[in-house]
Write a protein that binds this ligand. Structure first.
Ligand code: NAD
Ligand code: UDP
Length: 340
């Protein structure tokens, strides 16, 4: 059985679906601080299988010990964490406690239970403002400009030291670039409860009439149209990569870093235009100054994951946007029904 922490969340739920569709048993540990039980219903309705779910906190050593004692867990995919950059600036202790402290507690419990295979949800933010594009795994990690990024880098460093001290570990550090999109059924996707920080959830709320305009942060970057460039990757491609990483880690020990991106960068305006083309909706824009802490360009060299895992992201930007819009429409409909 695979323990997926944060498995009720956006990425974790897609990972759980992927595991179940490959015949793996999944056990979810999630405290539901940024998700709800409805994602479990949605997973069951898509796959016809229901993962085991335990509501609990990854920082709670007692809960972890009980899980390792009661279930036959042979690997962990650690997605539980807090991810809002702005919130991390306001509440750094909560971020370090969950993202670093939670990871330390989990690794201690794993070690004591004799489970040494771990896949970790890291982020391209650990590279900081890298001068060279595309970014490959040999690029030095930078100095992330916010506590969220710092917490991911610290958790990675904890895991690297742990592996160096004990050869029994197999750890995969997955550096996600910009995950977007939704399950093609339209039944599972990202459901932000607060004002979204990230480009796509905000754009979707503008397109569905919940917000007046998309703020375009910065029009004077050194890019082809002045707006920031990122590497957007479909969440289902990402989920498939977790399974490949797990398979690779079962065959080799040590610490392994893999970039999870497409290798293709798109600007904010490229994304907006593609969305308008694919979904037939005009997105009102409001041009704003740069957002503090943002970098101009960031895209992956995903060659190492392709070579070592046989993984590459193959869903196009258009597909990501169409799937995300299908999900958004199903959400908006549910909302209308609730309030109507
Ligand atoms: P999410 O918020 O949808 O999912 C995270 C899940 O973890 C939620 O269900 C939440 O309830 C749970 N959780 C949080 N703290 C917990 C705790 N202490 N104990 C147990 N459960 C807890 O976020 P996501 O987008 O699915 O991100 C998953 C992971 O990937 C996170 O670690 C995030 O930092 C990382 N990541 C996300 C992105 C992105 O853009 N979505 C990019 C890079 C890295
Ligand atoms: N962005 C934007 N408006 C928004 C949110 C984001 O113009 O409402 C831009 C942001 O400046 C960056 C890109 O979109 O260039 C991706 O931002 P996001 O927050 O989604 O990801 P990250 O900055 O973490 O890569």
């Amino acid at each position: 059985m695979i323990l997926v922490t944060g498995g009720a969340g956006y990425i974790g739920a897609h990972v759980v679906l992927e595991l179940m569709s490959h015949g793996e048993d999944a056990l979810i540990l999630d405290n539901l601080c940024n998700s709800s039980r409805s994602s479990l219903e949605r997973m069951a309705s898509i796959s016809g299988r229901r993962p085991v779910f335990v509501q609990g906190d990854v920082r709670n050593r007692g809960v972890l010990d009980t899980l390792f004692h009661e279930y036959s867990i042979n690997a962990v995919i650690h997605c539980a964490g807090l991810k809002a950059v702005g919130e991390s600036v306001r509440e750094p202790l909560r971020y370090y406690d969950t993202n670093v402290g939670g990871s330390v507690t989990l690794c201690q419990a794993m070690k004591d239970a004799g489970v040494f295979t771990l896949v970790f949800s890291s982020s391209a933010t650990v590279y900081g403002d890298c001068a060279r594009m595309p970014i490959n795994e040999t690029c030095a990690t930078g100095n992330p400009s916010n506590p969220y990024g710092q917490s991911k880098l610290m958790a990675e460093n904890v895991m690297k030291s742990m592996v160096a001290s004990d050869p029994r570990w197999s750890v995969g550090l997955l550096r996600y670039f910009n995950p977007i999109g939704a399950h093609e059924s339209g039944k599972l996707g990202e459901a932000p409860t607060l004002t979204p920080n990230n480009l796509l959830p905000y754009l979707l709320q503008v397109a569905s009439g919940q917000r007046p305009a998309l703020h375009v942060f910065g029009t004077d970057y050194e890019t082809h149209d002045g707006t920031g460039i990122r590497d957007y990757v479909h969440v289902v491609d990402l989920a498939e990569g977790h399974l490949k990483a797990l398979q690779a880690l079962r065959a080799q020990r040590g610490v392994h870093i893999w970039n999870f991106g497409t290798g293709q960068g798109y600007s904010v305006i490229d994304v907006v235009k593609a969305f308008e083309r694919v979904c037939g909706i005009t997105v009102p824009l409001s041009y704003e100054p740069r957002r503090p802490g943002d970098i101009a360009r960031c895209w992956a060299d995903p060659g190492k994951a392709s070579l070592e895992l046989g993984w590459c992201a193959h869903r196009s930007l258009e597909r990501m946007l169409a799937d995300a819009w299908r999900w958004q429409c199903s959400q908006t409909h549910a909302f209308d029904t609730q309030v109507g």
